[in-house]
Design a protein around this ligand. Structure first.
Ligand SMILES: C[S@@+](CC[C@H](N)C(=O)[O-])C[C@H]1O[C@@H](n2cnc3c(N)ncnc32)[C@H](O)[C@@H]1O
Length: 243
Protein backbone atom coordinates (compact mmCIF):
# COMPACT_ATOMS: atom_id res chain seq x y z
CA UNK A 1 0.00 0.00 0.00
CA UNK A 2 2.84 2.37 0.89
CA UNK A 3 4.53 1.86 -2.48
CA UNK A 4 1.30 2.40 -4.46
CA UNK A 5 0.41 5.47 -2.39
CA UNK A 6 3.88 7.00 -2.76
CA UNK A 7 4.11 6.35 -6.51
CA UNK A 8 1.96 9.41 -7.26
CA UNK A 9 4.37 11.58 -5.25
CA UNK A 10 7.00 11.27 -8.02
CA UNK A 11 9.92 10.82 -5.64
CA UNK A 12 12.14 9.98 -8.56
CA UNK A 13 15.45 11.68 -7.70
CA UNK A 14 17.71 11.43 -4.64
CA UNK A 15 18.34 15.20 -4.70
CA UNK A 16 14.66 16.21 -4.34
CA UNK A 17 13.92 18.18 -1.19
CA UNK A 18 10.89 16.70 0.59
CA UNK A 19 8.70 17.99 3.41
CA UNK A 20 6.81 15.23 5.19
CA UNK A 21 4.01 16.32 7.50
CA UNK A 22 2.50 14.12 10.20
CA UNK A 23 5.52 11.82 9.83
CA UNK A 24 4.84 10.09 13.15
CA UNK A 25 7.03 7.07 13.80
CA UNK A 26 8.65 7.32 10.37
CA UNK A 27 6.95 4.51 8.43
CA UNK A 28 6.26 6.67 5.37
CA UNK A 29 9.58 8.52 5.86
CA UNK A 30 11.21 5.13 5.35
CA UNK A 31 9.35 4.76 2.03
CA UNK A 32 10.44 8.26 0.95
CA UNK A 33 14.07 7.53 1.84
CA UNK A 34 14.09 4.53 -0.52
CA UNK A 35 14.48 6.99 -3.41
CA UNK A 36 15.37 10.32 -1.80
CA UNK A 37 18.58 11.03 0.09
CA UNK A 38 17.61 11.24 3.82
CA UNK A 39 19.56 14.46 4.18
CA UNK A 40 16.99 16.11 1.87
CA UNK A 41 13.99 14.85 3.85
CA UNK A 42 12.36 17.12 6.45
CA UNK A 43 9.91 15.25 8.69
CA UNK A 44 7.46 17.13 10.91
CA UNK A 45 5.04 15.88 13.54
CA UNK A 46 3.19 17.42 16.44
CA UNK A 47 4.13 14.60 18.82
CA UNK A 48 7.64 14.30 20.21
CA UNK A 49 6.65 10.85 21.54
CA UNK A 50 5.97 9.58 17.99
CA UNK A 51 9.00 11.39 16.61
CA UNK A 52 11.32 9.81 19.19
CA UNK A 53 10.47 6.43 17.62
CA UNK A 54 11.16 7.76 14.11
CA UNK A 55 14.56 9.03 15.20
CA UNK A 56 15.53 5.47 16.18
CA UNK A 57 14.95 4.08 12.65
CA UNK A 58 18.31 3.32 11.05
CA UNK A 59 16.78 3.45 7.54
CA UNK A 60 16.01 7.18 7.82
CA UNK A 61 19.18 8.29 9.58
CA UNK A 62 20.19 11.78 8.40
CA UNK A 63 16.61 13.15 8.04
CA UNK A 64 15.78 16.46 9.67
CA UNK A 65 13.09 16.39 12.35
CA UNK A 66 10.73 19.17 13.41
CA UNK A 67 7.97 19.48 15.96
CA UNK A 68 5.11 21.54 14.57
CA UNK A 69 1.58 21.85 13.28
CA UNK A 70 0.40 20.90 9.78
CA UNK A 71 -1.72 24.04 9.73
CA UNK A 72 1.18 26.41 10.43
CA UNK A 73 4.39 25.00 8.95
CA UNK A 74 7.75 26.32 10.19
CA UNK A 75 9.27 26.61 6.70
CA UNK A 76 9.62 29.50 4.29
CA UNK A 77 7.51 29.86 1.14
CA UNK A 78 8.68 28.05 -2.06
CA UNK A 79 11.21 25.84 -0.27
CA UNK A 80 10.61 22.17 -1.21
CA UNK A 81 10.25 20.11 -4.39
CA UNK A 82 7.77 17.72 -2.77
CA UNK A 83 5.31 17.65 0.12
CA UNK A 84 4.05 14.30 1.44
CA UNK A 85 1.62 13.50 4.22
CA UNK A 86 0.31 10.01 4.97
CA UNK A 87 -2.40 9.04 7.43
CA UNK A 88 -2.48 12.38 9.20
CA UNK A 89 -5.19 14.51 7.53
CA UNK A 90 -7.90 12.70 9.48
CA UNK A 91 -6.58 14.38 12.65
CA UNK A 92 -6.35 17.93 11.28
CA UNK A 93 -9.02 20.31 12.59
CA UNK A 94 -8.92 22.45 9.41
CA UNK A 95 -7.69 20.48 6.35
CA UNK A 96 -8.15 23.43 3.99
CA UNK A 97 -5.73 25.51 6.06
CA UNK A 98 -3.16 22.68 6.12
CA UNK A 99 -3.46 22.08 2.35
CA UNK A 100 -2.92 25.81 1.74
CA UNK A 101 0.23 25.47 3.88
CA UNK A 102 1.35 22.49 1.77
CA UNK A 103 0.93 24.72 -1.29
CA UNK A 104 2.91 27.57 0.28
CA UNK A 105 6.02 25.57 1.22
CA UNK A 106 6.58 23.89 -2.16
CA UNK A 107 8.28 25.48 -5.13
CA UNK A 108 6.49 26.35 -8.38
CA UNK A 109 6.24 23.10 -10.35
CA UNK A 110 6.54 21.03 -7.15
CA UNK A 111 3.87 18.59 -6.03
CA UNK A 112 2.00 17.84 -2.81
CA UNK A 113 0.71 14.35 -2.06
CA UNK A 114 -1.72 13.51 0.72
CA UNK A 115 -2.69 9.96 1.60
CA UNK A 116 -5.81 9.75 3.70
CA UNK A 117 -8.94 7.73 4.46
CA UNK A 118 -12.18 8.01 2.50
CA UNK A 119 -15.68 8.22 3.88
CA UNK A 120 -17.07 4.65 3.70
CA UNK A 121 -19.99 4.26 1.27
CA UNK A 122 -21.93 2.12 3.74
CA UNK A 123 -23.87 4.59 5.88
CA UNK A 124 -23.52 2.64 9.17
CA UNK A 125 -19.74 2.30 8.64
CA UNK A 126 -19.60 6.02 7.74
CA UNK A 127 -21.46 6.97 10.93
CA UNK A 128 -19.19 4.84 13.14
CA UNK A 129 -16.04 6.05 11.36
CA UNK A 130 -16.94 9.71 11.69
CA UNK A 131 -17.50 9.42 15.41
CA UNK A 132 -13.73 8.91 15.70
CA UNK A 133 -12.28 11.34 13.20
CA UNK A 134 -12.47 12.96 9.83
CA UNK A 135 -13.23 10.66 6.87
CA UNK A 136 -13.48 13.04 3.89
CA UNK A 137 -15.18 12.21 0.60
CA UNK A 138 -13.14 12.17 -2.62
CA UNK A 139 -14.94 15.38 -3.68
CA UNK A 140 -13.81 17.10 -0.47
CA UNK A 141 -10.16 16.15 -1.11
CA UNK A 142 -10.32 17.40 -4.72
CA UNK A 143 -12.11 20.59 -3.68
CA UNK A 144 -9.55 21.37 -0.93
CA UNK A 145 -6.73 20.91 -3.44
CA UNK A 146 -8.31 23.08 -6.13
CA UNK A 147 -9.29 25.77 -3.61
CA UNK A 148 -5.70 25.85 -2.32
CA UNK A 149 -4.58 26.61 -5.89
CA UNK A 150 -3.25 23.23 -7.06
CA UNK A 151 -3.57 22.23 -10.72
CA UNK A 152 -3.31 18.82 -12.45
CA UNK A 153 -5.01 17.22 -9.45
CA UNK A 154 -4.91 13.42 -9.74
CA UNK A 155 -5.50 10.50 -7.39
CA UNK A 156 -5.28 6.75 -6.98
CA UNK A 157 -7.33 4.64 -4.60
CA UNK A 158 -5.35 2.59 -2.11
CA UNK A 159 -6.63 -0.34 -0.09
CA UNK A 160 -5.34 -3.47 1.59
CA UNK A 161 -5.89 -6.74 -0.35
CA UNK A 162 -8.82 -7.82 1.83
CA UNK A 163 -10.87 -4.68 1.07
CA UNK A 164 -12.91 -5.05 -2.12
CA UNK A 165 -14.33 -1.54 -2.59
CA UNK A 166 -12.43 1.61 -3.54
CA UNK A 167 -13.73 3.56 -0.57
CA UNK A 168 -10.85 2.86 1.80
CA UNK A 169 -8.19 5.49 1.18
CA UNK A 170 -6.88 7.83 -1.48
CA UNK A 171 -3.48 9.18 -2.49
CA UNK A 172 -4.05 12.58 -4.08
CA UNK A 173 -1.47 14.79 -5.78
CA UNK A 174 -1.52 18.31 -7.17
CA UNK A 175 1.04 20.60 -8.82
CA UNK A 176 1.81 24.16 -7.73
CA UNK A 177 1.56 26.31 -10.88
CA UNK A 178 3.41 29.44 -9.67
CA UNK A 179 5.49 30.61 -6.71
CA UNK A 180 4.09 32.26 -3.57
CA UNK A 181 1.41 31.56 -1.00
CA UNK A 182 -1.92 29.87 -1.67
CA UNK A 183 -4.62 32.04 -3.24
CA UNK A 184 -6.97 30.68 -0.55
CA UNK A 185 -7.46 33.18 2.24
CA UNK A 186 -8.37 31.87 5.69
CA UNK A 187 -11.75 33.27 6.73
CA UNK A 188 -11.39 35.70 9.61
CA UNK A 189 -13.59 35.07 12.64
CA UNK A 190 -15.88 38.02 13.40
CA UNK A 191 -15.73 39.22 17.09
CA UNK A 192 -19.43 38.34 17.66
CA UNK A 193 -18.72 34.83 16.33
CA UNK A 194 -15.86 34.34 18.78
CA UNK A 195 -18.12 35.56 21.66
CA UNK A 196 -20.77 33.09 20.53
CA UNK A 197 -18.13 30.38 20.51
CA UNK A 198 -17.15 31.20 24.11
CA UNK A 199 -20.74 31.23 25.36
CA UNK A 200 -21.35 27.82 23.81
CA UNK A 201 -18.32 26.23 25.51
CA UNK A 202 -20.66 24.45 28.00
CA UNK A 203 -22.50 23.00 25.03
CA UNK A 204 -19.22 21.91 23.42
CA UNK A 205 -18.13 20.14 26.64
CA UNK A 206 -21.40 18.23 26.61
CA UNK A 207 -20.93 17.45 22.93
CA UNK A 208 -17.37 16.27 23.65
CA UNK A 209 -18.57 13.94 26.43
CA UNK A 210 -21.37 12.58 24.22
CA UNK A 211 -18.89 11.93 21.37
CA UNK A 212 -16.47 10.28 23.81
CA UNK A 213 -19.20 7.88 25.04
CA UNK A 214 -20.55 7.13 21.55
CA UNK A 215 -16.94 6.70 20.32
CA UNK A 216 -16.14 4.24 23.11
CA UNK A 217 -19.28 2.21 22.35
CA UNK A 218 -18.56 2.30 18.61
CA UNK A 219 -14.97 1.19 19.30
CA UNK A 220 -16.33 -1.72 21.34
CA UNK A 221 -18.51 -2.78 18.39
CA UNK A 222 -15.40 -3.13 16.22
CA UNK A 223 -13.91 -5.84 18.49
CA UNK A 224 -16.52 -8.60 17.75
CA UNK A 225 -16.63 -7.51 14.08
CA UNK A 226 -12.82 -7.86 13.82
CA UNK A 227 -12.88 -11.22 15.63
CA UNK A 228 -15.66 -12.57 13.38
CA UNK A 229 -13.92 -11.33 10.22
CA UNK A 230 -10.61 -12.91 11.29
CA UNK A 231 -12.32 -16.20 12.15
CA UNK A 232 -14.21 -16.24 8.82
CA UNK A 233 -11.01 -15.58 6.83
CA UNK A 234 -9.17 -18.30 8.80
CA UNK A 235 -11.93 -20.88 8.16
CA UNK A 236 -12.03 -19.94 4.44
CA UNK A 237 -8.25 -20.34 4.13
CA UNK A 238 -8.41 -23.74 5.93
CA UNK A 239 -11.07 -24.90 3.45
CA UNK A 240 -9.02 -23.57 0.55
CA UNK A 241 -5.93 -25.43 1.84
CA UNK A 242 -7.93 -28.67 2.23
CA UNK A 243 -9.42 -28.56 -1.29
C1 LIG B 1 -1.52 7.63 12.06
S1 LIG B 1 -0.06 8.60 12.30
C2 LIG B 1 0.71 8.42 10.72
C3 LIG B 1 2.19 8.51 10.83
C4 LIG B 1 2.99 8.31 9.55
N1 LIG B 1 2.74 9.30 8.54
C5 LIG B 1 2.82 6.93 8.95
O1 LIG B 1 2.55 6.82 7.77
O2 LIG B 1 2.99 5.94 9.67
C6 LIG B 1 -0.67 10.27 12.28
C7 LIG B 1 0.38 11.29 12.73
O3 LIG B 1 -0.11 12.59 12.45
C8 LIG B 1 0.33 13.44 13.49
N2 LIG B 1 -0.52 14.64 13.49
C9 LIG B 1 -1.84 14.72 13.73
N3 LIG B 1 -2.26 15.99 13.63
C10 LIG B 1 -1.17 16.73 13.30
C11 LIG B 1 -0.97 18.11 13.06
N4 LIG B 1 -1.97 18.99 13.12
N5 LIG B 1 0.27 18.53 12.76
C12 LIG B 1 1.31 17.66 12.69
N6 LIG B 1 1.17 16.33 12.91
C13 LIG B 1 -0.05 15.87 13.21
C14 LIG B 1 0.19 12.60 14.74
O4 LIG B 1 0.97 13.09 15.80
C15 LIG B 1 0.65 11.24 14.23
O5 LIG B 1 2.02 11.03 14.45
Amino acid sequence: MRNIALKVAQLDRPDLSVAEVGAGTGFTTEGICKSVDPKNVHALDQSDFQQAKAKKRKSIEGCHFYLGDAESLPWETDRFDRYVSAGSIEYWPDPQRAIAEAYRVIKAGGTATIIGPLKPKNSLAAFIAEVFMLFPTLDEYVNWYKTAGFVDVQYVFVRPPWVRKDDYAVSIVGRKPAGGASPWVAPSVAPEESLKAKSSSQQSKLLFLTRLCVGAIAGGIFIPIALMTTATLKVKSLFADAS
